[in-house]
Design a protein around this ligand. Structure first.
Ligand code: SF4
Length: 381
């Protein structure tokens, strides 16, 4: 069958009243709109706060000036065209500046806003860099959405990575199973390619991004089954977003449904302070409570995720709260000596990012000063 039809013109989404479409076209001029008729059919148009609508449809709130276009400071880790090397073991390769839909909360929306040279068209310099760095055991292919590339093009990329002996894990970050499962269902070449390169010694991991349980439709489950049957390992990461999944019942359903489908819930990310994202931000401490409540209703297999901020210095997990303090830990860090570092800050219910706590450090209103925090011995070395 022909796949879903794409649209980049919000004025053609006839389910939205005409006058509203004009207003949303203004928003889409700043932050590009893109979706397809499959994904738009998941929206309950009678509900103005429908979570799928919030994921896909522009909102005038995006014009509120808040946040930055590179909230995680990715530019500081660029080592070759389209490639970032932040954590020793992992290289991040951006290969596409297109997605099957643009998430309104995207933290890399800069890729769709202007012509950037952040995406690698020719990966020869990236491959050379990876070859010279034997500590890199995994490459995360991302974008944009790598599965939006034609399979032969994706295969050329994966083949070159696979030729490097020390790279064992190839990860593909994608929202295609949610946005357009027919990209997988209708392409017999894709499972064949995965089968060739996901081997017993080094698997291909598909990092899905299901953000709401209603995205796990029958076609989406069929697509996941095709990927699994081809030998890919599946794990899911999602941001925690106001009005989409900031409800323990919704998050529980997401974790449970993923685990039933054999997809490991992996990261739940604090919404990054990205330009245009203020209306999606849930405060850190509230997010942690939602996350813990959701996990408490799940079996062990559905509880494997970590709630973390993907900060410019590393992945900072929120690991506990008491009446006065919030407990944070570097799950991953750009500086090796920070890995496992445990940090205690005074509660700040309005904090939406690690920097909000760090600002308190500068104001000397925290439990430990920044320097003292640095002295805390890592739990993991
Ligand atoms: S799929 Fe990923 S890269 Fe694409 S718009 Fe959504 S969050 Fe951004």
């Amino acid at each position: 069958m022909a796949g879903p039809k794409y649209t980049t013109d919000i004025r053609k989404v006839v389910q939205i009243p005409a006058d509203e479409r004009e207003q949303l076209a203004e928003v889409a001029r700043k932050f590009a709109f893109r979706s397809n008729d499959y994904y738009l059919s998941l929206i309950d148009w009678r509900d103005p706060g429908d979570p799928i609508r919030r994921i896909a449809i522009p909102d005038p709130e995006e014009l509120v000036e808040w946040g930055s276009l590179d909230a995680s400071g990715e530019s500081a880790y660029v080592v070759a065209p389209g490639m970032e090397h932040k954590y020793d073991q992992t290289a991040l390769l951006l290969v596409s500046d297109l997605c099957a839909g643009y998430c309104r909360y995207c933290f890399r929306k800069r890729l769709f806003m202007q012509h950037t040279n952040e995406v690698a068209r020719d990966i020869s310099a990236d491959i050379a860099y990876i070859r010279q760095h034997p500590e890199i055991s995994g490459v995360l292919i991302s974008g944009g959405d790598p599965l939006f590339l034609a399979t032969p093009r994706l295969e050329r990329i994966i083949r070159q990575i696979r030729e490097i002996e020390h790279v064992k894990i190839v990860r593909i970050g994608t929202k295609i199973p949610a946005f357009n499962p027919y990209r997988i269902i209708d392409d017999p070449a894709l499972p064949g390619m995965i089968r060739r390169y996901s081997t017993p010694e080094g698997r291909i991991y598909i990092m899905t991004q299901f953000t709401h349980p209603r995205e796990l439709t029958d076609p989406a489950l069929r697509a996941l089954d095709i990927l699994q049957s081809a030998g890919a390992m599946l794990a899911n990461q999602t941001p925690l977003l106001k009005g989409i999944n900031d409800d323990p019942a919704v998050l529980t359903e997401l974790f449970r449904s993923l685990s039933f489908a054999g997809v490991a819930p992996y990261y739940v990310f604090q919404c990054r302070p990205t330009l245009g994202n203020q209306h999606f931000a849930v405060p850190v401490e509230e997010g942690y409570r939602i996350f813990e409540q959701a996990k408490s209703r799940c079996s062990g297999l559905a509880r494997r995720s970590i709630f973390a901020m993907s900060h410019r210095t590393g992945k900072i997990a929120v690991v506990g709260l008491d009446d006065e303090h919030v407990y944070l830990k570097y799950h991953q860090a750009a500086r090796r000596e920070d890995i496992g570092k445990f940090m205690v800050y005074r509660r700040l219910p309005e904090a939406v990012w690690f920097d909000d706590y760090a600002d308190l450090v500068r104001e000397s209103r925290i439990t430990r000063t920044e320097e003292e925090v640095r002295q805390v011995p890592p739990l993991i070395t």
